[in-house]
Design a protein around this ligand. Structure first.
Ligand code: SAH
Length: 266
């Protein structure tokens, strides 16, 4: 072995020693690249599955508006758009989400129901709400009717007599950033004196009479929609109109079925 070959061997070894960590470094780089790639692919697929989910609900919602609402004569574009905009599936219990856009009411717990989409749209249109209006609702329930109204008017005040329902609706509306809705737990029979008078009042539970405090808290020129009748009997959806002079006119619109307006919880 010449000195020259020994030197070459030494050099080879040194190179290998140098190369080995470099190979490691390269390997690390390759690994990093692939894990970043798989992470972003995973994110992308998760994201697209979420988007697909809401796209699916959006399609169902638009179909609901066309077939159940527009087709039955609701023509107010503001109402139709609000019904397209509010994700109804977020207002029903998770085990009912797949039926959220069906043509029927759904249970929301505590023996209460979220009204059929058509009834929500029909009552909203009856009020002829305008963008500067302040609305009072009796019967927050899931918060859905309040959310639909909030897309059209300036402010919605809503009351719910069952505390867990009212609290859950308040949280849901806050998380979804419906910032022009205020929820209160209490008996809506008495209205909400502090913010009265209201341009529109909507009662989403049936009462055997029209609560006098609500008539009082209706603005001159305002409208109230309220189902009137006894539970388990035919009820009638009524519209109460207060003229600019303060005269009351009541019209019977159509037979309906609502949960009863109660005066206390438990
Ligand atoms: N508007 C609701 C549906 C409500 S069902 C929605 O969009 O989901 C009727 C609701 O009225 C029930 O939640 C019931 O608890 C509530 N309610 C009944 N009597 C009430 C009263 N006196 N004051 C306030 N809420 C009342």
């Amino acid at each position: 072995m010449t000195e020259d070959t020994t030197d070459k061997n030494m050099l080879n070894l040194r190179y290998r020693a140098l190369l080995f960590p470099r190979a490691n470094y390269k390997l690390l780089l390759v690994l990093c690249f692939f894990s970043a790639l798989s992470l972003s692919l995973c994110r992308l697929s998760h994201c697209s599955s979420l988007q697909g989910d809401s796209e699916r609900y959006k399609k169902l919602r638009y179909k609901m508006v066309d077939r159940q609402i527009f087709a039955r004569g609701i023509g107010d574009e503001k109402v139709l758009q609000a019904m397209r905009d509010v994700p109804r599936h977020l207002f029903v219990p998770e085990n009912h989400r797949s039926s959220a856009y069906g043509d029927f009411p759904l249970p929301i717990g505590y023996g209460q129901t979220i009204s059929q989409p058509y009834i929500v749209a029909f009552m909203t249109e009856l009020l002829r709400p305008e963008k500067d209006d302040v609305v009072f609702e009796v019967g927050t329930g899931s918060g859905y009717q309040a959310a639909v109204l909030s897309k059209i008017v300036k402010k919605v005040y809503t009351t719910e007599i069952i505390p867990p329902l009212g609290n859950a609706a308040e949280k849901r509306l806050k998380e979804a950033e419906y910032n022009n809705i205020t929820v209160k737990v209490g008996d809506g029979y008495y209205g909400w004196e502090e913010y009265a008078p209201f341009d529109c009042i909507i009662v989403t539970a049936a009462s055997d009479h029209i609560p006098p405090p609500l008539i009082k808290q209706l603005k001159n020129g305002g409208k109230m929609a309220i189902p009137v009748g006894h539970p388990f009997q035919v009820q009638h959806l009524m519209v109460v109109e207060k003229s600019e002079e303060g005269e009351i006119q009541i019209r019977n619109i159509l037979p309906v079925r609502f949960v009863p307006l109660r005066r206390k919880w438990k």
